[in-house]
Design a protein around this ligand. Structure first.
Ligand code: GAR
Length: 189
């Protein structure tokens, strides 16, 4: 199964997927990293693993559609089966959705539909919930909406700081995302 990973930031989820031996043995091929931020740490992580990188800064394009048309043009020759969003902080438009229908998945650091958006962990922490979690879902045109594939819960402990909660949520992401992708690879074989 050939995938492109889209990421905007640190790339810890990229790393968890790229370094997962079981996924590689099952036949996952990460054929491209697509990044919208030229300074993102994930770019170096991809270089180190010899994953080809496309960096396209949206502000160089007239609008979101033009940006995504450029992304689609880059991916077209690569015969991608799935797009895996891993901390990609942009709304996906019908340009990409129409090209890869039911083929774009995302990870979100909260139990959707609760706490969508770019501060899922912090929003749950501030809301003082006793439990939050992680969601993997298909993408649609909304922000962190779309059919849910899998969720895992994460307890919020009374003495948690935002940092300790973040670390616990990320650790669960790094387990759940490779597991979900493994199932997708099996289905595609
Ligand atoms: C992850 O926690 C991911 O769930 C989140 O961004 C972080 C990226 O971390 N995504 C969203 O909030 C999407 N709405 P990473 O760059 O270390 O993988």
């Amino acid at each position: 199964m050939r995938v492109a990973i889209f990421a905007s930031g640190t790339g810890s989820n990229f790393e968890a997927i790229a370094d997962n031996q079981r996924l590689q043995q099952a036949g996952l091929e990460i054929v491209q990293l697509v990044c919208d931020r030229p300074q993102a740490a994930v770019i170096e992580k991809a270089h180190r693993r010899e994953v080809p990188v496309t960096v396209l800064a949206p502000r160089q394009f007239e609008n979101r559609q033009a940006y995504e048309q450029a992304v689609v043009a880059q991916l077209a020759p690569l015969a991608i089966d799935y797009i895996i969003l891993a901390g990609y902080m942009r709304i996906i438009t019908p340009v990409l959705l129409g090209t890869y229908p039911q083929r774009i998945i995302n990870i979100h650091p909260a139990l959707l539909p609760d706490f969508p958006g770019i501060h899922g962990i912090e929003d749950a922490y501030r809301a003082k919930v006793s439990e939050t979690g992680v969601t993997v879902h298909y993408i649609d045109e909304g922000v962190d909406t779309g059919p849910i594939i899998a969720q895992a819960t994460v307890p919020v402990k009374p003495n948690d700081t935002l940092a300790t909660l973040e670390a616990r949520v990320h650790a669960v992401e790094h387990q759940l995302y490779p597991a979900v992708i493994y199932d997708l690879v099996q289905k595609n074989n």
